[in-house]
Design a protein around this ligand. Structure first.
Ligand SMILES: Nc1nc2c(ncn2[C@@H]2O[C@H](COP(=O)(O)OP(=O)(O)OP(=O)(O)O)[C@@H](O)[C@H]2O)c(=O)[nH]1
Ligand SMILES: [Mg+2]
Length: 331
């Protein structure tokens, strides 16, 4: 039998609750991700920055490959709304610790009976290390305004629009994601993507079609509605105010007319086209977009899917390994 000397009561508590996760009991698991795709210069990075509350870039910088934001966008289980976590350092491990901490908070409210079914996995040292990490994170987190809420981090992936990156993008495509297909709404859908004479004459609508096909091909949908694909037009501010409504209807009907196959349409959210000024932090349509994403997240059949409780411990072990890898690389 291993006797552990607890440093303080708070540390003991976290450790106690972590132990309650060492069970085969099935519990709901909350996972989702938002993938922002579209052509080169469509406004993806600007849109993502706006959505997650990161400062909106004023100087154009093309995305190199893919940018992944972990722990910046949070989903509040109680209010079912997305929250922006602008403070603190964000990373994959921290996002996982955030999730486990939220989970532990919900365990605290249960009856507290420990049903440990596999006490040798992970071993005691590993469990102590994970407990220390959670404590460390909880200390940082206690200064945060979200520390008392049960929140799930939602990763946001910002894809590069350049054709050269398309081959690697497939790796990130999954059936339980929400895809935001972005394009410049100040242009016509039949306009070429680029004004440069030396570039290919692919049109905006052709690029949208390519994204829809790739997502549905590589995500291997096993559900008739998921993944969900929504459309967001940017650059609304470049369209004359009185013409915005007409332009929106025109874009939406052209988009709708492009996809007639019912198997494809069932994945597309064609009831509304968000037409945003991605440069504006106070654009009401950005708020609407965020609300629509929140609703879509919870309708995903994998949201709340039941998994053994100890999967959370496994996830945290991966996060700790990633963090250690980073520390070792830095030293
Ligand atoms: N006026 C206006 N400009 C915008 C809007 N959205 C994006 N932009 C500008 O459009 C340009 C391209 O925006 P990005 O967000 O970098 O585009 P991107 O799709 O991420 O581009 P890649 O990473 O190269 O694929 C930048 O100069 C932005 O400031 C918008 O709604 N209105
Ligand atoms: Mg970009």
């Amino acid at each position: 039998m291993i006797i552990v000397v607890y440093v303080n009561s708070k540390a003991r508590d976290q450790r106690f609750y972590l132990e309650t996760l060492l069970s085969n009991d099935l519990v709901p698991s909350f996972d989702s991700r938002i993938l922002v795709v579209g052509a080169y210069e469509a406004g993806k990075t600007t849109l993502v920055s706006n959505l997650i509350g990161k400062s909106i870039p004023r100087e154009r910088q093309s995305t190199d490959g893919i940018d992944v934001y972990f722990g910046k966008l949070l989903f509040d289980i109680k209010t079912q709304k997305l929250l922006k976590k602008t403070k603190g350092v964000h990373s994959f491990p921290k996002a996982i610790y955030q999730k486990i901490l939220s989970y532990i908070k919900s365990v605290e409210t249960e009856d507290g009976t420990i049903r440990k079914t596999q006490c040798d996995v992970p071993n005691d040292d590993v469990l102590q290390k994970l407990s220390d990490k959670i404590n460390e994170y909880a200390d940082d987190d206690s200064k945060d305004r979200f520390c008392d809420q049960k929140v799930i981090p939602i990763p946001v992936l910002d894809f590069a629009g350049q054709i050269v990156y398309h081959a690697t993008h497939q790796t990130f495509i999954t059936s339980h994601g929400i895809y935001i297909i972005t394009f410049n709404g100040s242009k016509e859908l039949d306009d070429p993507l680029s004004d440069r004479k030396d570039e290919s004459k692919t049109t905006i609508i052709e690029n949208i079609r390519q994204w829809v096909s790739s997502i549905l091909l590589y995500s291997h949908p096993d559900n008739k509605n998921y993944p969900r694909l929504m459309f967001v037009a940017t650059h609304r501010d470049l369209v004359c105010q009185e013409y915005v409504s007409e332009k929106r209807s025109k874009l939406l009907s052209s988009l709708s007319g492009c996809f007639t196959d019912e198997n494809i349409r069932s994945h597309l959210m064609l009831h509304k086209l968000f037409f945003v000024n991605a440069l504006s932090e106070n654009d009401p349509e950005m708020e609407e977009l965020s609300e629509c994403i929140s609703k879509t997240i919870t309708k995903n059949p994998q949201w709340g899917q039941r998994v053994p409780r100890q999967f959370l411990i496994l996830e945290m072990m991966f996060a700790a390994l990633v963090e250690e890898g980073k520390t070792n690389n830095q030293s």
